[in-house]
Design a protein around this ligand. Structure first.
Ligand code: NAD
Length: 417
């Protein structure tokens, strides 16, 4: 049932709630409901066996009122134009909530990267970047990693744009390897931001982290970093899952060890035997105090929201909770730190990376982490104040701040011509 949920409808429903709170002008509301640009590309790649395969990809820019657009590139077999557009819209609100000078964008290619060799992945990336090159650039639209892409893919993006320009353009993409103008702390930034907001939310909810049990769904970039930092925060990680399935042990899981030994293996973390194997659906409903969904969208729906035991949900993933599930969780008194706040750490450090690239002046990791923590705490506290002022939940409060900032920028700039 959950796979039929249209995430663009979900994003628009969330926007409508904020627009209603803000008494937003109807014309402005329709401007913000639509992406400013959508590009669909079909491009061929010659596979290692000599066959030609045609791939479908997208790049969507949602809003550029506050600055160049920014958003990750996702490689996944189930991406489509609507999902990419929803993710671009969420990026717009996220950048505005963190108050960084960007609009939102997203890109994706319908592909199962597990079926490609490294050489095929490189060719696919270079051709996709060439096809969307009319949209991306260091002053216009700056990609970053997302599901299925990583620092190596970003290096190929940077090299492809640079080859076309005839000179090196490090600021055209973020999440690059350090030696190519990447930022210290970028790989861990999203997971680190998730854990900073988890700590802030625990204070609000009077949760003692040293006695708290945490489940993390997803063990990729965001999930594995969050799980490691949760362990360092003094809480106990009792459940973890990846695309293959989950594991649960009420006495705790050795996160660092699991990461070093099992992530990236064919059987995933399920190969670890000192824990109860559970399905991807079951892991969300297992006993815990804090749940961190850090995998894909629409995981907490009308079908399972009622069965969730966590008192606090911190959204590492984009769009893991549907609006119907939000109502159920709110009625149960579950505190949800929404994606556009909780996972903003990635784009915040991407912003730092871009600033460093434009200035050719690089910062130390502790400086990056300190600045990130400061922005995450300030954003959390602003949203929490908004939540109390408007007597609403954290998601609506965050959307009100984000949408208001974008609406104000749009009004100030005026509608061209
Ligand atoms: P990733 O590709 O590194 O990892 C994704 C993980 O999710 C993998 O461990 C995969 O096995 C797992 N997974 C997939 N389907 C699953 C399922 N049904 N149940 C459990 N696990 C499943 O991707 P990532 O960069 O870690 O992104 C994860 C989420 O965080 C996405 O929603 C992404 O949009 C969001 N996000 C990422 C960043 C970033 O900087 N990478 C920033 C903000 C938000």
């Amino acid at each position: 049932m959950s796979q039929h949920i249209n995430v663009l409808d979900m994003a628009r429903e969330q926007l409508a709630v904020a627009a209603n709170f803000l008494d937003l002008d109807k014309g402005l509301h329709s401007v913000l409901s639509q992406p400013i640009r959508q590009l669909i590309v079909h491009f061929p790649v010659v596979l290692d066996n000599g066959e030609v395969q045609v791939f479908e990809g997208y790049r969507v820019q949602h809003n550029a009122s506050r600055g160049p657009t920014k958003g990750g590139i996702r490689y996944h077999p189930e991406v489509d134009l609507d999902e990419t557009s929803a993710l671009a819209m969420w990026m717009t609100w996220k950048c505005a909530v963190a108050n960084i000078p960007y609009g939102g964008a997203k890109g994706s290619v319908k592909v199962d990267t597990k079926k490609l060799s490294k050489r095929e992945l490189e060719k696919l990336t270079r051709r996709y970047v060439t096809e969307i090159s009319s949209m991306i650039g260091e002053r216009s639209d700056i990609p970053a990693p997302d599901i299925g892409t990583n620092a190596q893919v970003m290096a190929w993006v940077m090299d492809t744009v640079s080859m076309q320009k005839g000179y090196t353009v490090p600021g055209c993409v973020t999440g690059k390897p350090i030696e190519l103008g990447g930022s210290e702390g970028r790989t861990e930034a999203t997971g680190r931001g998730v854990v900073v907001t988890m700590e802030e939310a625990a204070k609000v909810r009077n949760l003692d982290l040293s006695k708290s049990k945490v489940i993390v769904q997803g063990f990729g970039n965001v999930g594995s970093t969050a799980a490691k930092l949760v362990e360092e925060s003094g809480a106990t990680v009792v459940g973890i899952s990846d695309a293959i399935g989950g594991i649960y042990n009420e006495n705790g899981l050795p996160v660092h060890d699991l990461f070093n030994r099992y992530s990236g293996r064919d059987g995933g973390i399920r190969e670890y035997k000192d824990a109860q194997p559970v399905s991807n659906a079951e892991i969300l409903e297992m006993p815990c105090d804090i749940l961190i969904p850090a995998a894909v969208a629409t995981q907490i729906t009308v079908d399972n929201a009622d069965k969730i035991k966590a008192k606090l949900i911190v959204e590492g993933a984009n769009g893991p909770t549907t609006p119907e599930a939000d109502h159920i969780l709110s009625d149960k008194g579950v505190f949800v730190v929404p994606d556009i706040l909780a996972n903003a750490g990635g784009v915040v450090v991407s912003y730092f990376e871009w600033v460093q690239d434009l200035q050719n002046f690089f910062w130390e990791e502790n400086e990056v982490n300190a600045k990130l923590t400061r922005i995450m705490r300030a954003s959390f506290s602003e949203v929490e104040r908004g939540m109390r002022a408007h007597k609403t939940d954290m998601r609506t409060a965050a959307l009100i701040i984000g949408v208001k900032r974008v609406a104000e920028a749009t009004i100030r700039r005026g509608i061209f011509p």
